[in-house]
Write a protein that binds this ligand. Sequence first.
Ligand code: ADE
Length: 310
Amino acid sequence: MRLDVFSIFPEYLAPLDLSLIGRAREKRLLDLTVHDLREWTHDRHRTVDDTPYGGGAGMVMKPEPWGEALDTVLSATPDVPVAEVSPSGESVAGASSAGEPVAEVPAAEDSAAAVRARPVLIVPSPAGEVFTQTTARELASRDHLVFACGRYEGIDQRVIDWASQRMEVRPMSIGDYVLNGGEVAVLAMVEAIARLLPGVIGNPGSLDEESHEDGLLEYPVYTKPATWRGLDVPSILLSGDHGKVARWRRDQRLRRTAATRPDLLAVLPAGSLDARDSEVLREATTGAQEEEQREAGSSRVEASGSGLAE
Ligand code: ADE
C-alpha cells in the first residue's frame, strides 16, 4: 500500500518511523512518504495561508500549494479512469486522473480492481464522517491513500471540490472534539489501517477478538503472577478448560459492552447472539437498571434530607 501524508509540520509524523509501522515500512509492506506542503510554495516566506473571504476569525490554507502537491502524487499514479467508478463500484461518467474525459466504461469485472486502484484523499476534519474500525478495514483494501493535514481554519474548499473529480475524497473525524490540526488524527488513522495489512502484525490471530472487530469490546487479560497485591487471576483462566475459558471471555465481552458501550449492542448484526449471550445481556442490563434505581432512590432520600425534594 502506498501512503502520502502532506503537512506543514512533517516532524509531527515522526512516530510513523517507530514500532510496527516503522518495521512495516522497512519490510516494504508500506510505502509511506511524509511531505512538507511548503515544498509547493514559491514565495520567500513559503506562505500556505491567507485571510478568509467573507471575513471572520483565523486563516485559511491557500489552494495553490495543495493543488501542486496533489498534482505530484496524481501524476505518479497510473492513469486510472478515476471518476468512472463510484465508491460503491457503480459506473458513472468519467475523466482520467489527468482530467480528460474517458470514452470507455470498464467491464463490471474490472470495477473492483478500479475501485481498489483509485486514490483516496483523506482530509482529517472534526466535520468529517466518524472514522471507525469499519472505515479502517475499508481503507486497508485500497492501494493508495493520501492524507491532507489541514491547519488554521481549514483548507480552501475548492481543493476538495477539485480533488473530488480525480480521487475519492473522504473528510474524516476521529471523534467529537477539536484538535489543532490533522496530524494527530492521521497518526491514529494510519496506525489503525496499517495494522490490518497482511504481515504488519506478527500474530494475525490477535486481530480476531479485538474490540470493535465483531461489534463487541474485548475481554480483560491477565498474566503472571497469579496473585498480585492480594488480587487473584480469575480461577477459570488457570483451569486449562479451553471451552470454559472461551465462554467466560465471551461473557466478559458482553458484560463490558453492555456496561460501557450499549450503543454497540443496538447495532449488532442479526444472529450474532446465541441463547447464552442473550441471557448474559439480560442479567447485565437488569443488574444495571437495579443499580440505577437504587442510586435514584438514594439521591431522593439525600434530596429530601437536604430539603430539596418537592
Ligand atoms: N482536526 C481537528 N479536529 C479533528 C478531529 N476531531 N478529527 C480529525 N481531524 C481533526
